[in-house]
Design a protein around this ligand. Structure first.
Ligand SMILES: Nc1ncnc2c1ncn2[C@@H]1O[C@H](COP(=O)(O)OP(=O)(O)OP(=O)(O)O)[C@@H](O)[C@H]1O
Length: 250
């Protein structure tokens, strides 16, 4: 009798990506196999230039691999067009970046509602989702503010709300605390931990090993390849207090 294994939230096989820029080609991803289970919190860490962001861009369909395949919830994305990737991202993948990427001339409320409206969610429901998320993220009262009027930490929380408004099964986060001070960093990590505890699947790219210790599993990325892949459950470096507050070691 064959063992029943749940379908992974995300799977990649043989991913390769070379960037052709001004100088010599950059072999950013050199053959990556990866499987992320539903509900897992995986951190991909490694030095600058290791290829972490490229890997995340491939997994979110923002760049196409030279070779290799990606499956979302068991569905192969090989034949996806750019338009299809855009639709699937709206439905299945929330993405948060280091520099927030909010639309600067839209209010906080409109930034958060936009992906829901684009996905065809009725305006009343989009508004309710937005209100609930902004309240949850401590941003009520900021609905009418423009992104430029907010602190970096607040902008990142808006970006998180925007990424989660369609309840995507998968959240990809690329250095989400990279431009924040230590308070903003703790806040973002605390929120990621909270969503993870509720079942959100998260893949976090960070060069910061301390942040990676909030995850269940840490993948060390080096020179375009996975150098190590370790489960962290139960290790002392992962310390989430009873309040759900992540206590990062100094
Ligand atoms: N669009 C691009 N055009 C040309 N080269 C690129 C491009 N994007 C990335 N690279 C190169 O690919 C390699 C991997 O870059 P990538 O940004 O994926 O690494 P990273 O591990 O995320 O680095 P960091 O932690 O500094 O963000 C680097 O040598 C980089 O210069």
């Amino acid at each position: 009798m064959s063992e029943h294994r749940p379908t992974p939230a995300l799977r990649a096989e043989g991913l390769v990506k070379t960037h052709h820029g001004e100088g010599a080609p950059a072999h950013a991803v050199r053959g990556v196999d990866l499987c992320v289970r539903s509900g897992e919190f995986v951190a991909v860490t490694g030095p600058s230039g290791a290829g972490k962001s490229t890997l995340l861009h491939l997994l979110g369909g923002l760049q196409r691999p030279d070779s290799g395949s990606i499956w979302l919830d068991g569905e192969c994305t090989d034949s996806y067009s750019e338009a299809r990737w855009a639709v699937e991202r709206r439905r299945r993948i929330g993405i948060v970046f280091q520099f927030f990427n909010l639309v600067s001339n839209l209010s906080v409320a409109d930034n958060v509602e936009l992906p829901a409206l684009l996905a065809g969610v009725p305006p009343k429901r989009a508004r309710a989702e937005r209100e609930a998320l902004l309240a949850e993220l401590g941003l009520d009262g900021k609905e009418r503010s423009m992104p430029g009027e907010l602190s970096g930490g607040e902008q990142q929380r808006v970006a998180l709300a925007r990424a989660l408004v369609n309840h995507p099964p998968l959240l990809l986060a690329d250095e989400p605390a990279g431009s924040l001070d230590s308070r903003g960093t703790r806040e973002v990590m605390r929120l990621l931990s909270r969503f993870h505890q509720r079942g959100q699947t998260i893949l976090l790219v960070t060069h910061d090993a301390r942040l990676a210790s909030a995850a269940d599993r840490v993948i060390s990325f080096f020179d375009g390849r996975i150098a190590d892949d370790a489960e962290l459950t139960g290790t002392p470096s992962r310390r989430v207090g009873a309040s759900g507050v992540l206590e990062l070691r100094d």
